[in-house]
Design a protein around this ligand. Structure first.
Ligand SMILES: [Cu+2]
Length: 182
């Protein structure tokens, strides 16, 4: 009886010890595995992520992208005081050519200074003249056209109006939205 008691007394701590040891080994293995995953991420995936972005940006030349043509008429042959259309949506990072025309008998402005600040203007072509640099607003005399080529930079919603006194008040207004690049 005593031997049995003694054996049982010895066996119980030994099996607890084994369980504890197995638990520790399992913990250590899972920590090693976590470290392995972390190191793999740091060494292999992260540098690729960091390198991928500059390569993508470096390969984009905005001036060589095909321009998306969008038409806008400042008033019409009936001399209605409105932009047609009066809502525009552009996407940041794409190249656009805004084809402006004024088929009316009055001069009109395409004025949206906040929008002009949110884009990079490549040029404005009117008649035989090409203008480069920052453009804030365009004035179109009766029966004239202009082409404004630009790349939207900053997303947001911007108001558009004609700067001639009284025109915006009776409806010569619009909204231009620049959406973040998809
Ligand atoms: Cu006007």
């Amino acid at each position: 009886m005593e031997m049995a008691k003694i054996r049982r007394g010895r066996c119980a701590p030994t099996s607890n010890l084994r369980r504890a040891t197995m638990g520790n080994i399992f913990k250590i293995l899972s920590q090693v595995f976590s470290m392995f995953v972390f190191v793999t991420f740091c060494c292999v995936i992260s540098p690729n992520l960091a390198i991928a972005a500059p390569i993508k940006l470096a390969s984009v030349d905005f001036t060589k992208q095909e321009a998306i043509a969008i038409k806008v008429s400042l008033s019409n042959s009936d001399n209605e005081l409105k932009f047609i259309p009066d809502r525009f949506t552009f996407e940041s990072g794409k190249r656009y050519k805004l084809l402006l025309s004024n088929p009316s008998a009055m001069k009109h402005y395409f004025t949206s200074k906040d929008f002009a600040d949110a884009i990079w203007t490549q040029n404005v072509v009117a008649g035989n003249v090409e203008v480069k640099g920052n453009i804030r607003e365009l004035e179109l005399r009766p029966n004239t056209t202009a082409e404004w080529t630009f790349v939207p930079i900053k997303s947001g919603t911007y108001e558009l109006h004609c700067a001639i006194a009284g025109h915006a008040e009776v409806g010569m207004r619009g909204t231009i939205t620049i959406q973040p690049s998809a």
